[in-house]
Design a protein around this ligand. Structure first.
Ligand code: G6P
Length: 371
């Protein structure tokens, strides 16, 4: 009923709008009065975590893209090498694991069969397994050595939204916690990053407040058959997630690419009128940002219609953007928390206008319990 959906047409739209709260809840109670990070369900000792010399993140679907962001954050803050792998690939390739490998399984439902089989395998190899999960008492956290619960609340829409944002939060917390335990130089910045994280719910609310502009853009794309998404660095997984949302909900062809790969293939797809959605890195990261700008110029010169997600106040892009979507100013590693939101709104609205069932897209299941 409409009441269950808070007056929204879909659970998914409701869940998108719950994201400021979900992110705030997932940050709640993580900091001691002395400014130390504290994770209550972290059952691994400081010594066990100090011994970790490699992290392997495994997940499926949207959770896998959270893992890609986690790699950037963990490596940056801890200097521990991180691999990210699809659970279904990890399980059957004979991965190199031992007691000093920390395997991080990210799963909203905690029941995804591929991810479950992957952690079972990791434990037979004596690796420690930490689950990032939204569902209390589900199988994956029960079979793991430690868990960080996200506090998104129940997610009903099949396509993950608030689940994803809260997974990102848990990944940042894990990265900072490892930095604290290992005593890396970023250990001193934990307080500052936590403050930046605590400001994110307001930033996400700012993005949601301009939903109407995104909906208007979606209205212009109801006849679109194909969309490309480009991103770099932490914006790359955002591009992949934006494309996945369009496939899941609107059933249209959508591909996400690392913008640097454009010239190695994807640019051949560009033809007149093709929408290309570009996640532009924050202006503080000028090298990244400038490379992105040249990618945008390249596709535009070949007739693409560029839709650019750009940090507020960054006007270097505007001459090359057919549509500009403004994002709040946030650090580059945290940008996925705001950048993915317009893409969720876009996919939800486009699918609605195309007459699709947004909450239960054809052929998909909320939790895939078969391999
Ligand atoms: C299904 C859902 C996706 C989800 C994926 C992984 O495909 O439709 O939204 O991202 O499973 O689910 P998990 O519960 O393991 O995060």
């Amino acid at each position: 009923s409409a009441a269950e959906k808070d007056g929204h047409d879909w659970f998914m739209r409701k869940e998108i709008h719950e994201q400021p709260r979900a992110v705030a809840d997932s940050l709640l109670g993580r900091r001691t009065p002395e400014g130390r990070l504290h994770l209550d369900e972290m059952r691994l000792s400081d010594q066990e975590l100090r011994d970790v010399d490699k992290v392997i993140i495994i997940a499926c679907g949207t959770s896998f893209y959270a893992g890609m962001v986690a790699k950037y954050a963990i490596e940056h803050w801890t200097r521990v090498p991180v691999e990210v792998e699809l659970a279904s690939e990890f399980r059957y390739r004979d991965p190199i694991l031992d007691y000093s490998t920390l395997v991080v399984a990210i799963s909203q439902s905690g029941e995804t069969a591929d991810t479950l089989q992957a952690i079972r395998h990791a434990r037979t190899q004596r690796s420690k397994v930490l689950a990032i999960c939204n569902t209390n008492g589900s199988t994956i956290p029960r079979e793991s050595d430690a868990v960080i619960y996200t506090h998104a609340g129940p997610e009903i829409g099949v396509a993950s939204t608030k689940g994803f944002l809260t997974q990102l939060v848990a990944c940042y917390l894990l990265a900072l916690y490892l930095a604290q335990v290992k005593g890396t130089r970023y250990g001193d910045e934990i307080d500052e990053v936590m403050r930046q994280l605590e400001a994110m719910p307001d930033h996400i609310a700012t993005v949601l407040a301009s939903a109407d502009a995104i909906y208007a853009m979606a209205a212009e794309h109801v006849d679109t058959r194909s969309v490309l998404f480009l991103g770099r660095h932490a914006g790359y997984p955002v591009a992949l997630e934006g494309a996945l949302k369009l496939k899941e909900l609107a059933y249209i062809h959508a591909e996400g690419f690392a913008a640097g790969e454009l010239k190695h293939g994807p640019i051949a797809l560009v033809e007149s009128g093709l929408p290309v959605l570009c996640v532009v890195p924050p202006a503080g990261r000028d090298q990244l940002r400038d490379k992105m700008v040249s990618g945008i110029q390249e596709v535009r010169a070949r007739g693409a219609r560029t839709i650019c997600l750009v940090e507020d106040g960054d006007d270097a892009i505007t001459p090359y953007a057919d549509t500009v979507i403004r994002l709040p100013k946030v650090p580059v590693l945290l940008q996925p928390l705001v950048a993915v939101v317009p893409l969720q709104l876009f996919a939800c609205e486009l699918a609605t206008r195309m007459g699709h069932d947004v909450d239960q897209p054809r052929n998909l299941a909320k939790s895939v319990t078969v391999e």
